[in-house]
Write a new protein. Structure first.
Lengths: 483, 486
């Protein structure tokens, strides 16, 4: 049997983070009581008309520019006609032959290598409602129209993804890009990102595409990866057994971890697309494009490369720091304010992220400003406080938002660097810990660590550890020479 | 003089001067409705109680010296496809029976802001699909000039109400002639504005790219008064056009000397009713005598208009009417066994034959494999039709044609023959496809005393000139003063 390779294209739908819906003024808030965020327009009541949300349009163009698409100077909306109870007009306003953005690519990182995945098109459309099935058999089912009319951006990739793992990397990269743009939360659990896949297999080296199967109903990035792996395996096996692959839509079932064909009745659609007469064509002029281009953030991978080069940080640090645009912004604000890059990175990646995670908070609500970071790093590096005290100060700063200097002052947390005081403490520790002293003298150099720890403990971590170390060494050596 | 004979402008002035009261006028209209509407059948709903109390309030405002608005205390009837909060709106279809509008159409809001009082909603062809008002689920509306004949359609109720003096004015909608053709058949004035002149927000859609709401009245002045009020950009309708406000009423009365009136040869074809032809010829002569120049123009793609219209209008309708499925509102077939059964029975029981015919036609022309041959081709012809008008308007300022090839036909005469019925709109359809404005004004009678309508077509957003010419013609004739027998 020849070696087969998979060819994957992804269709991703993301909900745009606009305040109101795409064609009406209803809020897009998630989790409201059923049918409370609705109006005549999104309910498709007789006589109502859609009016395009300008923010949704801007977000779409921004995304297109970020992906390097060509922004259509003339595009239009079309009606996609099909009957389903979650679709109040029984047509969806979408874009058919003249999408807002055409072409482009997304750079992704996969197994340490960079790869560009082509983007076919990006278009804007409205979301449908949600069926609420009867909990008791025999009772009526209902429809919740809160989600109806939430703006969706459909991003279609070229069939250039070659493995389930690469598909996962593409989704991660796309999500990060959209989050950087601030146009979507891309939260698959809240349904703000949905993904369908087209999969086919062909003998390696073959140019023509195999028969493509559409896979739907995957509710996490991992599910996409698993479903693709299953589907590729299924197709390879079918071919090995001499069967033909049928063009069809299959649904991923998370429980059985298998894909099953969708009933043919459900997919036999002729959508009868035609231009939406209730909306005027969308004209995007050059000026608007330029305004939006100027507001474009740096792409996540570009930022990673720059941070490595500019601040001489390890790859790992940068990957963590760029995992959210806000975090990278925060880090760079600290450096701009005067922090040493690696020290700032350590503090942010360590204490900061730990505390944020512990309290389930985001950077947005964080009380510590970049100036605070600069100050606390300076306090530690100048020896005014010890590293241990630094952690304590940081924790208090996190809670109260007070300046580190103020916390050190009011808490009496300054580092003890007084020679006489440290001499006295060293003598006490040496006197009390004869076993360790013996160990050190008998050549166990490590034993000094314990003694230093004892001094630190006695001072609640405020003693200058370097000084304590030196003082203890001197005392122990002097004593031994006396002997 | 009888209050029911007052035009909108006259009534508003008398009420303002307290020479009559809104209450008396509304009462007179309600009495008239009571007396004749059992025969005419213009109304499907009369808002007696509310209209009287609003009239009372209007009279009080005026008595208290409040600044009277343009339509203060004047009753207006509206077609059954315009939404008014708390009122049923059904498009005279069983499928919308029981549906109460939760919001108000922009045109209604504007009428009310101008002080108008809604007196009732009027009968129509189901979903505005028809030219005779015979497809309504409520039954017939009859022509006040001859109750054995149709009033035209689809705004037959709105037009008959005005012709029969049940209301001084009304609103209708015009997708292919639904205001102008019945206005011609009932001897009143009716205008289809430029597409985008009037907001469609709250007008239950038939064919979105063709639908316009327009006024129906017994004088061109009233048409101008009403259009000024209901027209203008509405942020809730993306297709309504932003333009500076126009003073249509004050530009009436000007001379039409030096204005060129185009006569398209394609509209004077063989087989046209000779009495209609003669009336139009006489009207042209009249305008010529007032100083206008008559010029020959050509609208070469006219012969494709009806076919083009029935592709585009039905395609849009098939999609617009998809929402009537029994899920959220309106009629739902009893005891559906499953979703598909609910869809199928709701639609087959809820829609009438003509609506079903058009939904099927529209679904067909949009189907994969047929789209290019029908819908796309029709869009191309539509562009050519628009260009026809642009070219013609290089040679003239207004185009004059008959509004309907015949006067009112008999009830039932064309019901069995949809193609014959579709041809009733042969002179009005191109105007909707091109998006230009047109008005029908009375221009004579047949030997059977049936009204004949003159259609005047204006340039894109050329309502000012159009109304000026229509008004000039009207002031030279008294056709509009003739009253039906009913
Ligand atoms: Zn809404």
């Amino acid at each position: 049997m020849p070696d087969y390779e998979a060819v994957i294209g992804l269709e991703v739908h993301v909900q745009l983070k606009t305040r109101s819906k795409i064609f009406c003024g209803c809020p897009t808030t998630f989790g409201a009581e059923p049918n409370t965020s609705v109006c005549p327009v999104c309910l498709g009541l007789p006589g109502s008309l859609p009016v395009l949300n300008e923010t949704a349009l801007r977000y779409s163009i921004l995304t297109g520019i970020m992906l390097g698409s060509t922004i259509s100077s003339f595009s239009k909306f079309d009606r996609k006609n099909y009957f389903y109870p979650d679709l109040p007009k029984n047509y969806q306003i979408s874009q058919y032959d003249l999408p807002l953005c055409v072409g482009g690519e997304l750079e992704i990182e996969f197994e340490g290598k960079r790869k560009r995945i082509g983007i076919t098109r990006v278009h804007l459309e409205e979301d449908a409602g949600k069926l609420v099935h009867a909990e008791v058999e025999g009772e009526d089912s209902g429809v919740d129209f809160n989600r109806t009319g939430v703006p969706l951006l459909e991003i279609v990739s070229e069939p250039e993804i070659s493995s389930p793992e690469e598909a996962f990397a593409y989704l991660k990269g796309l999500k990060l890009t959209l989050q950087y743009l601030g146009v979507s939360d891309c939260d698959m659990e809240k349904g703000s990102l949905r993904c369908d896949a087209n999969v086919s297999v062909r003998p390696r080296g073959e140019k023509l595409l195999g028969v493509k199967v559409e896979v739907k109903n995957m509710n996490s990035f991992r599910a996409v990866q698993k479903a693709l792996a299953y589907e590729i395996e299924r197709q390879n096996r079918a071919i090995a057994e001499g069967q033909r692959i049928v063009q069809e839509t299959r649904l991923w079932e998370a429980e059985s971890e298998m894909t099953h064909p969708m009933r043919s009745k459900e997919e036999a659609h002729d959508y009868r697309y035609f231009p939406e007469p209730d909306l005027v064509p969308v004209m995007v002029d050059h000026a608007l494009q330029e305004v939006l281009r100027a507001s474009l953030p740096e792409a996540p991978l570009k930022r990673r490369d720059r941070l490595v080069a500019q601040y001489a940080l390890p790859e790992y640090d940068v990957e963590v720091l760029t995992s959210e645009r806000e975090l990278a912004d925060y880090f760079e604000a600290c450096v701009t304010a005067g922090a040493e890059p690696k020290a700032a990175s350590n503090l942010i990646m360590g204490e900061m992220l730990r505390l944020l995670k512990e309290r389930a908070l985001t950077l947005e609500g964080c009380k510590i400003t970049p100036k605070h970071i600069v100050e606390i790093l300076a306090l530690v590096s100048s020896g005014a406080i010890t590293g241990t005290t630094g952690k304590e100060v940081f924790a208090e700063m996190f809670e109260t938002g007070k300046r580190p200097g103020e916390i050190v002052h009011s808490g009496g947390l300054a580092q003890i660097s007084d020679q006489a005081e440290l001499d006295r403490l060293a003598d006490e520790v040496i006197a009390k810990n004869t076993k360790s002293v013996e160990d050190y003298r008998s050549g166990k150099a490590k034993a000094i660590g314990f003694l230093v720890g004892q001094v630190m403990k006695a001072t609640k971590g405020k003693a200058n550890p370097q000084m304590v170390n030196e003082i203890l060494k001197k005392k122990l050596e002097k004593d031994s020479s006396k002997r | 003089m009888d209050l029911i004979d007052l035009t909108v402008s006259e009534a508003a002035q008398l009420i303002r001067k307290r020479e009559t009261s809104s209450h008396d006028l509304v009462r007179a209209c309600l009495d008239r409705i009571r007396a004749v509407d059992a025969t005419v059948g213009a109304f499907v709903d009369v808002y007696e109680k509310d209209a009287l109390s609003e009239a009372h309030a209007a009279d009080n405002r005026i008595a208290e010296g409040g600044a009277a608005r343009a339509l203060e205390g004047v009753p207006v009837a509206v077609k059954d496809n315009l939404c008014v909060t708390g009122r049923p709106v059904t498009c005279s279809s069983k499928i919308l029976k029981g549906f109460i509008a939760p919001y108000t159409a922009t045109v209604i809001e504007r009428l009310r802001e101008a002080g108008a009082i809604l007196i009732g909603r009027t009968n129509m062809d189901e979903f505005a699909m028809g030219s005779s008002t015979e497809t309504s689920c409520y039954g017939l509306t009859r022509n006040p000039w001859d109750t054995g004949r149709v009033p035209g359609g689809s705004s037959g109720g709105s037009v008959a109400a005005v012709a029969a003096r049940e209301a001084p004015a009304s609103l209708g909608s015009d997708t292919g002639g639904s205001i102008r053709q019945p206005a011609a058949l009932c001897g009143v004035a009716g205008l289809k504005p430029t597409y985008g002149y009037v907001s469609r927000y709250g007008l239950v859609a038939f064919a979105s790219s063709l639908d316009q709401i327009g006024p129906i009245a017994r004088s061109v002045r009233d048409i101008a008064v009403l259009l000024e009020i209901i027209g203008g950009h509405d942020p809730r309708d993306s297709t309504s056009v932003k333009r500076p406000a126009e003073n249509l009423v004050s530009s009436l009365g000007g001379k039409i000397e030096n204005l060129r009136i185009g006569v398209p040869k394609e509209y004077f074809v063989e087989g046209m009713d000779p009495e209609v032809k003669e009336a139009i010829r006489a009207a042209l002569e009249k305008m010529q005598s007032a100083g206008a120049t008559i010029v020959d123009v050509s609208l070469p793609h006219t012969e494709y208009a009806v076919a083009t219209y029935y592709v585009i209008a039905t395609a849009e309708a098939s999609s617009n009417l998809a929402r009537y499925d029994g899920v959220q509102y309106g009629y739902r077939a009893p005891h559906p066994t499953d979703l598909l059964d609910m869809y199928q029975r709701t639609k087959s029981e809820g829609f009438g034959a003509e609506v079903k015919r058009r939904i099927m036609l529209g679904t067909y022309v949009l189907s994969s494999g047929y789209y290019d041959a029908y819908y796309l081709k029709a869009q191309k012809v539509r562009t050519l039709l628009k260009k026809d008008f642009e070219d013609a308007f290089k040679l003239c300022d207004v185009i004059a044609t008959p509004a309907s090839p015949t006067a009112a036909f008999k009830v039932g005469e064309k019901v069995a023959d949809p193609l014959q019925m579709y041809l009733s709109d042969i002179f009005t359809i191109s105007v909707n496809l091109a998006g230009v404005p047109a008005i029908s004004v009375p221009c004579g009678f047949t030997s059977n005393t049936l009204p004949i309508g003159l259609q005047l077509i204006g340039r894109h957003f050329g309502e000012g000139t159009l109304l000026k010419v229509a008004h000039a013609y009207e002031s030279m004739t008294d056709w509009h003063k003739k009253q039906p027998k009913v």
